[in-house]
Design a protein around this ligand. Sequence first.
Ligand code: BGC
Length: 395
Amino acid sequence: MNSMLKKLFLTFTIPALVLTGCSSTRGDSQAADIEPAEADVITERPDDGRTVVGISMPDRILERWNRDGAYLKNQFQKAGCEVILSYANNLIDTQTDDLKAMIEDGADLLVVTAVDGAAISNVLEEAHRQGVRVIAYDRLIMGTDAVDYYVSFDNYKVGVLQAEYVIASLGLKASETPMNIEFVTGDPVDNNARFFYQGAMDTLSPYLESGKLNVPSTQREFYETSTAQWSTDIAQQRLQIILNSYYPEGMRLDAVLCANDSTALGATRALEADYLGLNKVVVTGQDADIANIYNILNGSQSMTVYKHLKQESIVTVSLGKDILAGNTPEYDLIEKSGWDFACSFNTTDYNNGNKVVPSYLLRPIAVSADNIEKELFETGYYNRNSSGLIFASKN
Ligand code: BGC
Protein backbone atom coordinates (compact mmCIF):
# COMPACT_ATOMS: atom_id res chain seq x y z
CA MET A 1 0.00 0.00 0.00
CA ASN A 2 1.45 3.39 -0.88
CA SER A 3 1.99 6.12 1.69
CA MET A 4 -1.01 8.18 0.51
CA LEU A 5 -3.29 5.26 1.17
CA LYS A 6 -1.54 4.59 4.43
CA LYS A 7 -2.33 8.13 5.59
CA LEU A 8 -5.88 7.69 4.48
CA PHE A 9 -6.38 4.52 6.43
CA LEU A 10 -4.65 5.56 9.60
CA THR A 11 -7.97 7.00 10.61
CA PHE A 12 -9.49 3.52 10.67
CA THR A 13 -9.29 1.23 13.62
CA ILE A 14 -7.49 -2.06 13.91
CA PRO A 15 -9.92 -4.98 14.08
CA ALA A 16 -9.89 -7.02 17.23
CA LEU A 17 -10.27 -10.50 15.85
CA VAL A 18 -10.98 -12.89 18.65
CA LEU A 19 -11.24 -16.28 17.10
CA THR A 20 -10.48 -19.80 18.10
CA GLY A 21 -9.93 -21.62 14.87
CA CYS A 22 -12.63 -20.19 12.68
CA SER A 23 -15.50 -21.04 14.94
CA SER A 24 -15.96 -17.99 17.14
CA THR A 25 -17.14 -14.71 15.83
CA ARG A 26 -15.18 -11.53 15.59
CA GLY A 27 -14.94 -9.51 18.76
CA ASP A 28 -15.97 -5.90 19.04
CA SER A 29 -13.65 -3.53 17.38
CA GLN A 30 -11.87 -1.08 19.59
CA ALA A 31 -11.01 2.44 18.68
CA ALA A 32 -7.27 2.45 18.96
CA ASP A 33 -4.85 5.31 19.15
CA ILE A 34 -2.27 3.82 16.96
CA GLU A 35 0.93 5.56 16.12
CA PRO A 36 1.50 5.67 12.36
CA ALA A 37 4.57 3.45 12.55
CA GLU A 38 2.69 0.71 14.36
CA ALA A 39 -0.51 0.80 12.41
CA ASP A 40 -1.27 -2.21 10.34
CA VAL A 41 -3.41 0.00 8.06
CA ILE A 42 -6.12 -2.57 8.00
CA THR A 43 -9.70 -1.46 8.07
CA GLU A 44 -12.42 -3.44 9.69
CA ARG A 45 -14.47 -6.14 8.04
CA PRO A 46 -18.11 -5.92 9.06
CA ASP A 47 -18.91 -8.50 11.70
CA ASP A 48 -21.44 -10.75 10.00
CA GLY A 49 -20.85 -13.60 12.42
CA ARG A 50 -19.15 -15.75 9.79
CA THR A 51 -15.51 -16.51 9.19
CA VAL A 52 -15.00 -16.91 5.51
CA VAL A 53 -11.88 -18.18 3.75
CA GLY A 54 -11.50 -17.71 0.01
CA ILE A 55 -9.19 -20.20 -1.72
CA SER A 56 -8.15 -19.30 -5.25
CA MET A 57 -6.31 -22.02 -7.15
CA PRO A 58 -4.78 -21.54 -10.63
CA ASP A 59 -6.18 -24.48 -12.59
CA ARG A 60 -7.69 -27.93 -12.50
CA ILE A 61 -5.41 -29.30 -15.21
CA LEU A 62 -2.65 -30.19 -12.80
CA GLU A 63 -3.36 -32.98 -10.38
CA ARG A 64 -1.75 -31.12 -7.54
CA TRP A 65 -4.02 -28.04 -7.45
CA ASN A 66 -7.10 -30.27 -7.27
CA ARG A 67 -5.57 -31.98 -4.30
CA ASP A 68 -4.36 -28.74 -2.66
CA GLY A 69 -7.81 -27.20 -3.07
CA ALA A 70 -9.52 -30.21 -1.52
CA TYR A 71 -7.12 -30.43 1.44
CA LEU A 72 -7.35 -26.73 2.20
CA LYS A 73 -11.14 -26.66 1.93
CA ASN A 74 -11.55 -29.68 4.11
CA GLN A 75 -9.25 -28.46 6.86
CA PHE A 76 -10.59 -24.91 6.96
CA GLN A 77 -14.11 -26.32 7.14
CA LYS A 78 -13.10 -28.61 9.99
CA ALA A 79 -11.85 -25.49 11.77
CA GLY A 80 -15.35 -24.02 11.45
CA CYS A 81 -14.78 -21.68 8.51
CA GLU A 82 -16.99 -21.14 5.53
CA VAL A 83 -14.94 -21.81 2.43
CA ILE A 84 -15.19 -20.43 -1.10
CA LEU A 85 -12.97 -22.44 -3.44
CA SER A 86 -12.40 -21.43 -7.02
CA TYR A 87 -10.19 -22.46 -9.94
CA ALA A 88 -9.09 -19.80 -12.42
CA ASN A 89 -8.53 -21.95 -15.50
CA ASN A 90 -5.08 -20.36 -15.74
CA LEU A 91 -6.66 -17.00 -16.64
CA ILE A 92 -5.66 -13.79 -14.87
CA ASP A 93 -9.08 -12.18 -15.44
CA THR A 94 -10.90 -15.18 -14.04
CA GLN A 95 -8.68 -15.20 -10.97
CA THR A 96 -9.22 -11.46 -10.48
CA ASP A 97 -13.01 -11.92 -10.75
CA ASP A 98 -12.88 -14.89 -8.36
CA LEU A 99 -11.00 -12.81 -5.80
CA LYS A 100 -13.37 -9.85 -6.16
CA ALA A 101 -16.34 -12.17 -5.61
CA MET A 102 -14.70 -13.61 -2.49
CA ILE A 103 -14.16 -10.14 -1.06
CA GLU A 104 -17.79 -9.26 -1.81
CA ASP A 105 -18.95 -12.51 -0.23
CA GLY A 106 -17.30 -11.50 3.04
CA ALA A 107 -13.96 -13.30 2.92
CA ASP A 108 -11.79 -12.62 5.96
CA LEU A 109 -8.79 -14.45 4.57
CA LEU A 110 -7.63 -15.18 1.03
CA VAL A 111 -5.36 -18.11 0.22
CA VAL A 112 -4.09 -17.52 -3.28
CA THR A 113 -1.96 -19.45 -5.75
CA ALA A 114 -1.45 -16.83 -8.44
CA VAL A 115 -1.83 -17.65 -12.12
CA ASP A 116 0.50 -14.72 -12.76
CA GLY A 117 2.37 -13.59 -9.68
CA ALA A 118 2.57 -9.97 -10.84
CA ALA A 119 -0.96 -9.47 -12.11
CA ILE A 120 -3.26 -9.47 -9.08
CA SER A 121 -1.89 -6.68 -6.94
CA ASN A 122 -4.86 -4.34 -7.52
CA VAL A 123 -7.49 -6.75 -6.30
CA LEU A 124 -5.35 -7.78 -3.34
CA GLU A 125 -4.74 -4.17 -2.39
CA GLU A 126 -8.51 -3.71 -2.40
CA ALA A 127 -8.78 -6.79 -0.19
CA HIS A 128 -6.24 -5.34 2.25
CA ARG A 129 -8.06 -2.02 2.32
CA GLN A 130 -11.15 -3.92 3.43
CA GLY A 131 -9.24 -5.76 6.16
CA VAL A 132 -8.93 -9.09 4.36
CA ARG A 133 -5.66 -10.91 5.07
CA VAL A 134 -3.73 -12.63 2.30
CA ILE A 135 -1.59 -15.77 2.24
CA ALA A 136 0.33 -16.56 -0.96
CA TYR A 137 0.08 -20.31 -1.32
CA ASP A 138 2.95 -22.10 -3.03
CA ARG A 139 3.65 -19.22 -5.46
CA LEU A 140 4.81 -15.83 -4.24
CA ILE A 141 2.64 -12.84 -5.18
CA MET A 142 4.82 -10.11 -6.58
CA GLY A 143 4.92 -6.33 -6.56
CA THR A 144 2.56 -5.53 -3.70
CA ASP A 145 2.46 -4.95 0.04
CA ALA A 146 -0.91 -6.69 0.13
CA VAL A 147 0.45 -10.12 0.88
CA ASP A 148 0.91 -11.04 4.52
CA TYR A 149 2.61 -14.43 4.39
CA TYR A 150 3.93 -17.02 1.99
CA VAL A 151 3.70 -20.80 2.45
CA SER A 152 5.66 -23.01 0.09
CA PHE A 153 8.44 -25.55 -0.27
CA ASP A 154 12.08 -24.61 -0.53
CA ASN A 155 11.81 -23.88 -4.25
CA TYR A 156 15.54 -23.37 -4.87
CA LYS A 157 16.16 -26.76 -3.29
CA VAL A 158 13.75 -28.39 -5.77
CA GLY A 159 16.08 -27.40 -8.63
CA VAL A 160 19.12 -28.51 -6.64
CA LEU A 161 17.59 -31.96 -6.11
CA GLN A 162 16.80 -32.33 -9.82
CA ALA A 163 20.35 -31.34 -10.81
CA GLU A 164 21.96 -33.53 -8.15
CA TYR A 165 20.00 -36.46 -9.50
CA VAL A 166 21.30 -35.77 -13.03
CA ILE A 167 24.89 -35.47 -11.75
CA ALA A 168 24.67 -38.73 -9.82
CA SER A 169 22.87 -40.80 -12.41
CA LEU A 170 25.15 -39.71 -15.27
CA GLY A 171 28.18 -40.25 -13.02
CA LEU A 172 29.37 -36.77 -14.01
CA LYS A 173 31.90 -36.42 -11.20
CA ALA A 174 34.01 -39.31 -12.43
CA SER A 175 33.08 -39.34 -16.10
CA GLU A 176 35.62 -38.40 -18.78
CA THR A 177 33.10 -38.45 -21.63
CA PRO A 178 31.16 -35.22 -22.23
CA MET A 179 27.40 -35.68 -21.95
CA ASN A 180 24.43 -33.85 -23.42
CA ILE A 181 21.51 -32.24 -21.62
CA GLU A 182 18.46 -30.15 -22.56
CA PHE A 183 16.34 -27.96 -20.30
CA VAL A 184 12.57 -27.65 -20.02
CA THR A 185 11.85 -24.99 -17.43
CA GLY A 186 8.61 -23.58 -16.02
CA ASP A 187 6.17 -20.76 -16.64
CA PRO A 188 7.94 -17.37 -16.56
CA VAL A 189 4.99 -15.69 -14.84
CA ASP A 190 5.32 -18.11 -11.93
CA ASN A 191 7.96 -16.80 -9.54
CA ASN A 192 8.77 -20.37 -8.45
CA ALA A 193 9.98 -21.26 -11.93
CA ARG A 194 13.06 -19.03 -11.57
CA PHE A 195 13.92 -20.53 -8.20
CA PHE A 196 13.73 -24.06 -9.64
CA TYR A 197 15.86 -22.95 -12.59
CA GLN A 198 18.44 -21.18 -10.44
CA GLY A 199 18.80 -24.09 -8.04
CA ALA A 200 19.40 -26.45 -10.98
CA MET A 201 21.74 -24.13 -12.86
CA ASP A 202 23.89 -23.26 -9.83
CA THR A 203 24.31 -26.98 -9.17
CA LEU A 204 25.08 -27.92 -12.78
CA SER A 205 27.20 -24.91 -13.65
CA PRO A 206 30.64 -26.45 -12.83
CA TYR A 207 29.86 -29.24 -15.32
CA LEU A 208 28.43 -26.87 -17.94
CA GLU A 209 31.43 -24.58 -17.60
CA SER A 210 34.00 -27.37 -17.78
CA GLY A 211 32.37 -28.90 -20.86
CA LYS A 212 31.54 -32.18 -19.11
CA LEU A 213 27.94 -31.30 -19.85
CA ASN A 214 26.90 -29.75 -23.15
CA VAL A 215 23.63 -28.31 -24.41
CA PRO A 216 23.52 -29.12 -28.15
CA SER A 217 20.51 -26.85 -28.75
CA THR A 218 22.45 -24.06 -26.94
CA GLN A 219 19.17 -23.19 -25.19
CA ARG A 220 20.04 -22.81 -21.53
CA GLU A 221 18.76 -19.38 -20.48
CA PHE A 222 15.57 -19.23 -18.44
CA TYR A 223 13.28 -17.58 -21.01
CA GLU A 224 14.28 -19.62 -24.01
CA THR A 225 13.77 -22.86 -22.08
CA SER A 226 10.54 -21.79 -20.36
CA THR A 227 7.13 -23.43 -20.80
CA ALA A 228 4.05 -21.19 -20.85
CA GLN A 229 1.43 -22.34 -18.34
CA TRP A 230 3.59 -25.37 -17.53
CA SER A 231 1.85 -26.99 -20.48
CA THR A 232 2.59 -30.61 -21.34
CA ASP A 233 1.86 -29.95 -25.02
CA ILE A 234 4.13 -26.92 -25.24
CA ALA A 235 6.95 -28.82 -23.52
CA GLN A 236 6.46 -31.74 -25.88
CA GLN A 237 6.46 -29.55 -28.99
CA ARG A 238 9.57 -27.66 -27.95
CA LEU A 239 11.54 -30.82 -27.20
CA GLN A 240 10.40 -32.43 -30.44
CA ILE A 241 11.72 -29.44 -32.37
CA ILE A 242 15.02 -29.69 -30.47
CA LEU A 243 15.30 -33.43 -31.16
CA ASN A 244 14.54 -32.99 -34.84
CA SER A 245 16.94 -30.07 -35.20
CA TYR A 246 19.93 -31.05 -33.06
CA TYR A 247 19.80 -34.81 -32.57
CA PRO A 248 20.27 -36.62 -35.87
CA GLU A 249 20.89 -40.34 -35.75
CA GLY A 250 24.01 -41.08 -33.72
CA MET A 251 23.72 -37.94 -31.58
CA ARG A 252 23.17 -38.94 -27.99
CA LEU A 253 20.98 -37.12 -25.46
CA ASP A 254 21.72 -38.06 -21.85
CA ALA A 255 19.31 -35.98 -19.78
CA VAL A 256 16.35 -33.64 -19.97
CA LEU A 257 16.03 -31.52 -16.87
CA CYS A 258 12.29 -30.82 -16.61
CA ALA A 259 11.09 -28.42 -13.94
CA ASN A 260 7.96 -30.36 -13.04
CA ASP A 261 5.85 -33.38 -13.85
CA SER A 262 3.54 -31.77 -16.42
CA THR A 263 6.57 -30.71 -18.48
CA ALA A 264 8.19 -34.12 -17.86
CA LEU A 265 5.13 -35.80 -19.40
CA GLY A 266 5.66 -33.66 -22.51
CA ALA A 267 9.36 -34.56 -22.56
CA THR A 268 8.79 -38.31 -22.30
CA ARG A 269 6.24 -38.13 -25.12
CA ALA A 270 8.68 -36.17 -27.29
CA LEU A 271 11.44 -38.70 -26.59
CA GLU A 272 9.15 -41.59 -27.47
CA ALA A 273 8.13 -39.90 -30.70
CA ASP A 274 11.36 -38.40 -31.97
CA TYR A 275 14.50 -39.53 -30.17
CA LEU A 276 16.54 -41.87 -32.34
CA GLY A 277 19.03 -43.02 -29.71
CA LEU A 278 18.67 -46.29 -27.82
CA ASN A 279 19.94 -45.16 -24.42
CA LYS A 280 17.64 -44.37 -21.55
CA VAL A 281 17.47 -40.57 -21.18
CA VAL A 282 17.37 -39.23 -17.63
CA VAL A 283 14.18 -37.17 -17.17
CA THR A 284 13.50 -35.18 -13.99
CA GLY A 285 10.22 -33.83 -12.66
CA GLN A 286 8.43 -32.41 -9.65
CA ASP A 287 5.13 -33.03 -7.84
CA ALA A 288 4.90 -36.83 -7.77
CA ASP A 289 1.74 -36.72 -9.89
CA ILE A 290 0.22 -40.15 -10.32
CA ALA A 291 0.72 -40.24 -14.11
CA ASN A 292 4.42 -39.61 -13.49
CA ILE A 293 4.64 -42.20 -10.74
CA TYR A 294 3.55 -44.80 -13.31
CA ASN A 295 6.28 -43.47 -15.59
CA ILE A 296 8.90 -43.77 -12.87
CA LEU A 297 7.76 -47.33 -12.24
CA ASN A 298 7.91 -48.17 -15.98
CA GLY A 299 11.23 -46.36 -16.42
CA SER A 300 10.26 -43.56 -18.82
CA GLN A 301 10.77 -40.87 -16.17
CA SER A 302 13.74 -41.06 -13.81
CA MET A 303 12.77 -39.00 -10.79
CA THR A 304 10.35 -36.48 -9.38
CA VAL A 305 10.53 -34.09 -6.47
CA TYR A 306 7.86 -35.01 -4.04
CA LYS A 307 6.23 -32.22 -2.06
CA HIS A 308 3.87 -33.37 0.65
CA LEU A 309 0.85 -31.26 -0.27
CA LYS A 310 -1.08 -32.11 2.84
CA GLN A 311 1.74 -30.66 4.95
CA GLU A 312 1.60 -27.46 2.92
CA SER A 313 -2.10 -27.16 3.63
CA ILE A 314 -1.66 -28.01 7.33
CA VAL A 315 0.83 -25.14 7.69
CA THR A 316 -1.49 -22.80 5.75
CA VAL A 317 -4.54 -23.62 7.85
CA SER A 318 -2.63 -23.22 11.13
CA LEU A 319 -1.22 -19.93 9.88
CA GLY A 320 -4.63 -18.75 8.70
CA LYS A 321 -6.22 -19.55 12.05
CA ASP A 322 -3.47 -17.74 13.92
CA ILE A 323 -3.78 -14.66 11.72
CA LEU A 324 -7.56 -14.64 12.12
CA ALA A 325 -7.11 -14.88 15.87
CA GLY A 326 -5.38 -11.52 15.67
CA ASN A 327 -1.82 -12.79 16.08
CA THR A 328 1.25 -12.01 14.03
CA PRO A 329 2.80 -15.45 13.72
CA GLU A 330 6.53 -15.86 13.30
CA TYR A 331 8.76 -18.79 14.26
CA ASP A 332 6.47 -19.35 17.26
CA LEU A 333 3.84 -20.88 14.95
CA ILE A 334 6.21 -23.79 14.27
CA GLU A 335 6.99 -24.20 17.97
CA LYS A 336 3.41 -24.17 19.13
CA SER A 337 2.07 -26.32 16.29
CA GLY A 338 4.38 -29.26 17.05
CA TRP A 339 4.20 -30.64 13.51
CA ASP A 340 5.90 -33.97 12.90
CA PHE A 341 7.53 -32.66 9.72
CA ALA A 342 10.25 -30.12 8.98
CA CYS A 343 9.22 -26.52 8.37
CA SER A 344 11.36 -23.39 8.53
CA PHE A 345 10.44 -19.74 8.98
CA ASN A 346 12.26 -17.51 6.51
CA THR A 347 12.40 -13.72 6.64
CA THR A 348 15.16 -13.10 4.12
CA ASP A 349 14.75 -14.89 0.80
CA TYR A 350 11.31 -14.11 -0.59
CA ASN A 351 11.35 -10.50 -1.67
CA ASN A 352 8.37 -9.73 -3.88
CA GLY A 353 9.77 -6.41 -5.09
CA ASN A 354 7.87 -4.44 -2.44
CA LYS A 355 8.81 -6.30 0.70
CA VAL A 356 10.32 -9.48 2.04
CA VAL A 357 7.33 -11.69 2.67
CA PRO A 358 7.61 -13.82 5.84
CA SER A 359 7.61 -17.39 4.63
CA TYR A 360 7.02 -20.88 5.96
CA LEU A 361 8.98 -23.36 3.89
CA LEU A 362 8.68 -27.12 3.74
CA ARG A 363 11.25 -29.68 2.64
CA PRO A 364 11.04 -31.25 -0.82
CA ILE A 365 12.24 -34.85 -1.29
CA ALA A 366 13.80 -36.44 -4.40
CA VAL A 367 11.98 -39.64 -5.37
CA SER A 368 13.19 -42.19 -7.92
CA ALA A 369 12.69 -45.93 -8.44
CA ASP A 370 15.14 -46.49 -5.54
CA ASN A 371 13.06 -44.88 -2.81
CA ILE A 372 9.56 -44.62 -4.28
CA GLU A 373 8.21 -47.51 -2.19
CA LYS A 374 9.59 -46.10 1.03
CA GLU A 375 8.67 -42.44 0.47
CA LEU A 376 5.32 -42.71 -1.29
CA PHE A 377 3.77 -46.09 -0.61
CA GLU A 378 5.02 -47.13 2.83
CA THR A 379 4.19 -43.66 4.15
CA GLY A 380 0.65 -44.10 2.83
CA TYR A 381 0.84 -40.98 0.63
CA TYR A 382 -0.25 -43.25 -2.23
CA ASN A 383 -1.96 -46.61 -2.20
CA ARG A 384 -2.27 -49.34 -4.81
CA ASN A 385 -5.20 -51.64 -5.35
CA SER A 386 -4.90 -55.29 -6.31
CA SER A 387 -4.69 -54.39 -10.02
CA GLY A 388 -1.77 -52.04 -9.34
CA LEU A 389 -3.81 -48.87 -9.80
CA ILE A 390 -2.37 -46.02 -7.78
CA PHE A 391 -4.58 -43.63 -5.86
CA ALA A 392 -4.00 -40.90 -3.32
CA SER A 393 -4.84 -41.54 0.31
CA LYS A 394 -7.80 -39.58 1.62
CA ASN A 395 -6.01 -38.59 4.83
C1 BGC B 1 4.43 -25.39 -8.27
C2 BGC B 1 4.70 -26.74 -8.84
C3 BGC B 1 3.79 -26.98 -10.03
C4 BGC B 1 3.83 -25.82 -11.00
C5 BGC B 1 2.82 -25.95 -12.12
C6 BGC B 1 4.54 -24.34 -9.35
O1 BGC B 1 4.32 -23.08 -8.84
O2 BGC B 1 5.33 -25.13 -7.20
O3 BGC B 1 4.48 -27.71 -7.85
O4 BGC B 1 4.20 -28.12 -10.71
O5 BGC B 1 3.58 -24.61 -10.34
O6 BGC B 1 1.53 -25.80 -11.69
